[in-house]
Design a protein around this ligand. Sequence first.
Ligand code: PMP
Length: 287
Amino acid sequence: MSRIVYVNGQYLPEAEATVSIFDRGFLMADGVYEVTSVLGGKLIDFAGHSVRLARSLNELDMAAPCSDEELLEIHRELVARNEITDGMIYLQVTRGNPGDRDFAYPDPAVTKPTLVMFTQSKPGMADSPVTKTGIKVISIEDIRWGRRDIKTVQLLYPSMGKMMAKKAGADDAWMVEDGAVTEGTSNNAYIVKNGRIITRQLSTDILHGITRAAVLRFAKEAQMMVEERPFTIEEAQAADEAFFTSASAFVMPVVEIDGASIGAGKPGPVAMRLREIYLEESRKTAI
Ligand code: PMP
């Protein structure tokens, strides 16, 4: 079955879906995105993703392509048309196609935003075997721009980071700035020491993860101690546990950082408990 995707008001087979070569997403990386997980055919934390999308658009003076209700409808339609049980919905909004290349933003009354959405099917994604063994990360310098709180499509450095990790025989990279970990290439980073969950505080230095917000809320509800502050790679290597969160990996244990084993060198109890709570609670409120 060919995948049905959404482009500017139309549902089309993926091979027939096109965007202009003048689209500012293509020429300038002038676009933002969201990735929402689907479990059991339902959307996980759709409200969280639509609030962050609105914030990203607002920070870039970009018009919303449609209402939240319409966005929800398109998400559901794509899930239904592609028979998605477990997987992700990718959404991208760009400043559109002004018909030529120019650094200045086009007039939003004339140039409408481009909205593209597509599904990625991942049957059984919540039971991924890698969760049982955990993943390895390396540290790299964070040389990204200063507005990482805006979820833009300029993902070249995170892609380079992934490739550096692969080359080093690891799975992902944690980025370090001024001696402290900012975040992973596509996730928020955490350590656990003496029962305390430590993760960097929100600022323009990191993406405000939707999974991060939910996991910290569940951790506090379960009376776990949470400390929001920067931590170093050395502190992470000496921690009892490490893990990361993202909408598509949920809570993922990290067992090695720059070749050093973390704790017992296997997924830790706090990470596994948080994963369990996150999945259970998120499934309950999925829509
Ligand atoms: N940080 C970065 C740089 C990311 O790309 C992502 C995933 N998009 C995250 C954190 C995690 O955010 P979320 O939990 O909303 O997926």
